[in-house]
Design a protein around this ligand. Sequence first.
Ligand code: ADP
Length: 875
Amino acid sequence: MQSRAPRTESLPGMSTPTPMMVQYLALKAKAGECLLFYRMGDFFELFFDDARVAAATLDIALTSRGEHDGKPIPMCGVPVHSAEGYLARLIKAGHRVAIAEQTESPEQAKARGGSKALVARDIIRFVTAGTLTEDSLLDSWASNMLVALAPVGDTIGIAAADISTGHFELASVPTTALEAELARLAASEIVTHQGFTAAPFGAILRPREDFDSVGGEGALKAHFATDHFGLLSRAELAAAGGLIAYLAHVGQGKMPFLKLPVRREVQQFLLIDQATRDSLEITGANKGGRAGSLLAEVDRTITGAGARQLAADLAAPLMDRAAIEARLALVQWFHDAPLLRDAVRTALRQLPDIARALGRVVAGRGSPRDLGQIRDGLDGARMLRERLGAMADRPPLLEALLPTLDGHGTMVDLFTRALVASPPTEATQGGYIAEGYDAALDALRLAGRDGRQAIAQLEARYRASTGVSALKIRHNGVLGYFVEVPARNADALMAAGSGFTHRQTMAGAVRFNSPELHEEAIRITQAGGHALAAEAAHLEELISRALDRRDAIAASADALARIDVSAALAERAAEGNWCRPSFTDHPCLEIEGGRHPVVEAALAKSGDRFIANDCGLSPERRLWLVSGPNMGGKSTFLRQNALIVLLAQAGSYVPAAKARLGLVDRLFSRVGASDNLARGRSTFMVEMVETAAILAQATERSFVILDEVGRGTSTYDGLAIAWAVVEGIHETNKCRCLFATHYHELTRLADSLDAMSLHHVRAKEYKGDLVLLHELADGPADRSYGIAVAKLAGLPPQVIARAQTVLEKLEKGRAETGGLAAGLGDLPLFSAALNAAEAKVDALREKLAGLDIDTLSPRQALDLLYELKRAAGEE
Ligand code: ADP
């Protein structure tokens, strides 16, 4: 922490609160649960519990100042100039912060209320995870979503915005689909209204009246000054209302940038729930962070906006074949033209993040640098358009994007003339308006420069006249300009009539003023002040020009992002020898030479080769049971096919030699007994809850991968559950499914389930050692190889030998009794069992329907009731 400048305000130790404390407490009441950053001079101070929390989180000193109710007031503080870094850490730690600034200068306060008057302060902004726009607080490759939820009956309205780029979308979903939608959005912050009992954990609760559909419609119209929003549901309007009200609260009236809302039809997207996202490690790896995720392995984008778009694409693959094909056509175009692709990527590398620069400008925090970025980005966009527009055979998606890359010529020319080549982030020092843009400004600067020259001449003259060659004219923030000589030379200047007046004695140096210097200094300061004011006025004008064109600028940024994503996917495809997938109406999944991109990359690092495998699901063979030894590659095979589906529907090439599929509506991936204790439920419970969701939700168009279901419980239970789940999926869900299991017994199901087929990962024993081939073959595995895997893992030889003996005994027993699954072959099939149950219920129903109750005596009625009860009990 820094040492602090002396302060005029303090917290004296009195029991009645000081005026400052009164002001502080009022602001704190307004800040609610947020930490209050209270501006005092060059510091933001925190008091009471806020101070304790912040000091602990930020690891800064907790001090105390004054007293309140007879107790010392805990306090800590952060310097204003480095507040952003501290804010970032507090937000990351899950806090929200209210910023209370001085709303008048000390001079204004004095003029208003005398010398003791307290400077007025107010909360000017709330800083929350979902409403950040500062570059330093955001990841450039990830979007930052604020989500508002409005339940209306059985549907939930969702309004989601990334105010750093203006992205704004609305949707309404059934309550059951909320989880999957929230998983896709990966919200940084969720708001909903008080009293919503099913609010997600950690959601911020706002007043109910903010989430009102009529109010919401009004708020949309007022914000966008239009009423052309298309048809929005009541839930969507309510959510939009809640979102806009929250943004107005957070910005204290200053609204951030929002593009016109896009309405999302949830059915247009491949539904992926949170468990599947976690299991497939789509945008984040399970061990935390991005490394090791599909996104990290696929991402070759150049720009921050491109990276955000790719993350969004992978989080929400499409269900619309035409839209997918349109994306793929552009990827192919870049894929087939490597030179053009290189050129485009080189051009993109030069481009700044226009979307976020615009976000800051609209939020009222735009700097000269942001305008410079918008200028350079748009100029680059225009050149890119010229280049791409000259190419032949442009795919339709590119044709649609090209016009939005241009049209900013007048503004870009203006910014080029007005701004220096690389403008600073800080406007306060000036120097960002280019020379030649404004003659009056140039004159002021010249005056300043002349003044500085005059001072240099003055210095030379004083050196000559005093004979002190070490004399210097210097400048600092407190004294302004002054003459400085070493202490040993001070006498000459101290002498009366020397023309110098003493100002300050330092160790080793003495400082003086002179009338000529004073005059020059005033000239310089005035010219400088006027120049700064002139620059500020220009900045304001330039910002308003950018604001006028905000929607067009945002559209250019979006188009650049899409071009970046397409070229990047082409690059990735070329690098990994991926293929363009094709689609059919048939619910099939035909993959030749499929690979798992993340495992393949990991193997490549250690010089190992990935073995490609085929997959062939079709309506006749829609359930594959994959068995084989542990570590044989079952999970990898399952996941690679799920990832291929996901990539294909996101509009990407896929890691395979050939891929053809019917669109998938929902994708499910579950791993038996994954280590989920951290979530506070037993692993087996989690496994079953997740399996239940699949059985309830998978349709004939879904794709399910199930890995070792039933592993989390005892052998008998596990086998029984796995058995019933396979039957259920085959008979009821009828979806495409890959089911990996170590229960050898399940292979018997192939006899009764006609759309199920058996496969295994190959292994062989070579000179007593197990060799895992990672190769998929038809038919069941010949044995489980458990002991061979144990040997491979380095279990001691005596333990292996003992296990071998035990196994032989067990297998003998199995041969005699028919094994674990003895007798299972006679069980009626899942659907047959269901039908039988139905039939019995129906018999009862028939009987009841046939009754003429009015003709029965009380006695007969009672007898009948007994009879019905007995019949029901016989089921
Ligand atoms: P299982 O699910 O059968 O226990 P995994 O799929 O977890 O096996 O694979 C175990 C390891 O084998 C992986 O971490 C990977 O290193 C390797 N592996 C899996 N599939 C392949 C493959 N197709 N080619 C090469 N190595 C593979």
